[in-house]
Each structure stands twice: as C-alpha cells, then as structure tokens.
Design a protein around this ligand. Sequence first.
Ligand SMILES: O=C(O)C(=O)C[C@]1(C(=O)O)C=C[C@@H](O)C=C1
Length: 365
Amino acid sequence: MTEQEQALKVLRDQIDSIDKQIHLLLNQRASCAQRVAEVKQQFQGEEIAVFYRPEREAQVLKRVMERNEGPLADKEVARLFREIMSVCLALEKPMRVAFLGPEGTFTQQAALKHFGHSAESAPMNSLDQVFREVEAGAAHYGVVPIENSSEGMATHTLDLFKRFNLRICGELELKIHHHLLVQEKTDSASIRRIYAHQESFAQCHSWLDAHYPHAEHITVSSNAEGARLASKEVGTAAIAGDMAMSLYQLEVLERNIEDQPDNTTRFLIIGDQDVGASGDDKTSILMSAHDKPGVLYSLLEPFHRHGISLTRIETRPAGQGGWSYMFYIDFEGHVDDPKVQKVLSELESGSVELKLLGSYPKAVL
Ligand SMILES: O=C(O)C(=O)C[C@]1(C(=O)O)C=C[C@@H](O)C=C1
C-alpha cells in the first residue's frame, strides 16, 4: 500500500464506522416516527389523524440550524434534515401534494423544497384545480405562488382564497433563477425564437433586450412547457429553471438571466388543517369593506394599538359591484396569541367581513 492509500484507508474506515452509526440512528428515528403515527391514530382516530405537523417541522429545522457548528453550512444540514423528516412522514402516511403543472415548474421545485422528495407531487392544469383537488381531499396539500419580489402579488391566488374554504398551513421562499436553455450544440447566433411564461419574460426583459433584441418572444402557459417545446425545435430557446432543464435534457446557454439577482417567489401551502403555534408564526386574513372615508385606517388601527406588525397588505376589488374592496393582510403572530385574538374580535365587531386564512410557521428554509 502506498502512503496515500494508507492515509485514505484510515479515513475511509472512520467514514464506514460513522455511516454505520448514522444508519442505525436513522432507523431508530424512523421507528419513533412510526410510533408517533400510532399515537396520533389512537387519540385522533384513524381517518382524521393529522400526520403532517408544519409547526413541529419548523422547530426541528430551526434547532438544527441553531446548533450547527459546521463545517456543513446551516442551510445544507437543514436540507438533509428536511429529507429525513420527509421519509419519516412518508412512513407515517404518504403525502400527495398538488401543484400547478406541468412537471418541472418552479412550483414543483417549491413543493419538493418544502415537503422533501418522499412526498408525491401531483401536477394540476390550473391554480383552481390545485385548490379543488385539496378541497376534495384528493391531495393532502397544495402549493401555490403568492408573490414575487419583482412582479408583486399573484392576484389570481388571492381571489381563490375567497372562493375556497381552505387554510394556509405554511409558506416558503424560493430563489427564482432563470436560465436560457437550448438543445445540445446550439449557439446563440442561431436563436430566432424564445419560449417562456409571461412572468419570466417580464423578469428577464432587460437582459433579453440587451442580448436577443431580435428574437421572437412566444408566451406559453408555463416555463416547463416552453422547455418542452424548445427541446423539439431547432433555432429556439426557453427561459426556465433547473428542473425543467434536466427534465427535457436541455443545456444552459446563459445562467441566471433574471434582471433582479435576488428574484424570489413566495409560495403558500394550502390544506384543511389548523396549524399549532411554532413560536415564530404568521397569520393571514381576508377582509372586505365598503369604500368610505377612513376605512383603511379603521382596519389597520387595531393592529397598531396592539403592537402587531403587518408584513403584507394587498387591496383587491371585492367583485360584488359597487366600490367594495377586499384586503389581504399578513401579520406576525398566531391566532392562539391573546393579542391576535383581541385584534380579530375587534375587527369582526366592526363593519367588516373577515375570513381567517390561517396561522402558520414563518418560512425556515
Ligand atoms: O412530530 C411529529 O408529529 C411527527 O410526525 C414526526 C415528524 C419528524 O419526522 O420529525 C414527521 C412528520 C411531521 O410533519 C413532523 C415531524
């Protein structure tokens, strides 16, 4: 054995022995999760037992990051633990998560980031269908985009919260990196046509104007669909992310072409369960009110008086004719907090209609 082989053997023996311990511990953890499932079924009933606990998952992931001493980065260890909890949850109950398809969209990437790779992600044709699938119980949860840092609120999603009686169970943020994707051996001079979703064109328009001022822009229903088309047609490119790239075996001609380098989309997890407090939560509500002087002040004043921070407010036409408005509001805290309960009951006793969309842990990853 050479000196190098000798040194490697010592270290690899150590790795083998550590792997053995990790393996043993993983299965011990999985057995614990199975017992947790039995307890849930015993006390809540087999049919209605709630296996997925976002508040607990948020606490586990936060603790992992807090105690991390490296050399692995906080986000990397959290990602590993995310997958460990995903396999444990699948042992308790396999989860089906609906998302706006087709396969390879950023929403699917968000679903996998949030639930890990042991959840089944089910592509739907429209946002409405995501809500319908969850309401009908055909999917346990759904993942829907709610806002983008450069494009603002996804107003269609907001309107669906009015129509459906579902709860928000969680949130996550995903950095959106758009790439210019092409078939193998395509050079930039040969690109005559670019496929993308309208939002992606909007998010990359300065870059496109500077680099491909003459290419035809063709708007498609999703970036994954654009990638599929570009994989079949020479002289074309698509703007899409990593998942669509590997799904349709495209190559990156230019990476990260978004105009805003911190381009981020926030997604919500929808379901039909009330989530317990994690200690660091947000609450979302919808309120509708008639247009009269001081209405916005009267809606917001109780939050100020009780010291509750708003993280988002969005106004939409209520859609009942006349000048009525619907306000979508996110604020810090959980409905179990007495302060939050006071604000909500004050608002309800005023002249507004209020719909609680849910309290849920703030995004961890
Ligand atoms: O603590 C629970 O309730 C569990 O089911 C265990 C566990 C985990 O693996 O840690 C798995 C799934 C839940 O979503 C939360 C946590």
